[in-house]
Design a protein. Structure first.
Length: 117
């Protein structure tokens, strides 16, 4: 079982940056695939970025080149560095984890990111 707690959200102007963190508790963080999803008002939750246990990363096309996912297995923490933010990046951002070979099944409570134009 993994518990996830996000932090680092807030209000930022377009073009600005934010860094989200996700602190994980429980065993096995280093073996889990980790990811970020987001959900804007009246929209479905969508994939943002993911990092495998071996630090292979992938991104949604809308954030590639602007966002960077990283993990510190020694600190049981996942990060999302968000640069060149746009108003359309406004959403609640969720951290998620998947056991080896499994689907994303553990979710944090989310952190609000608001980008003003």
């Amino acid at each position: 079982q993994v518990q996830l707690v996000e932090s680092g959200g807030g209000l930022v102007q377009a073009g600005g940056s934010l860094r989200l963190s996700c602190a994980a508790s429980g065993r096995g963080f280093g073996t889990y695939a980790m990811g970020w999803f987001r959900q804007a008002p009246e929209k479905e939750r969508e994939f943002v970025a993911a990092a495998s246990w071996s630090d292979n990363t992938r991104y949604a096309g809308s954030v590639k080149g602007r966002f960077t996912i990283s993990r510190d297995n020694a600190k049981n923490t996942l990060y999302l560095q968000m640069n060149s933010l746009k108003p359309e990046d406004t959403a609640v951002y969720y951290c998620t984890a998947a056991r080896p070979g499994g689907r994303f099944e553990y979710w944090g409570q989310g952190t609000q990111v608001t980008v003003s134009s």
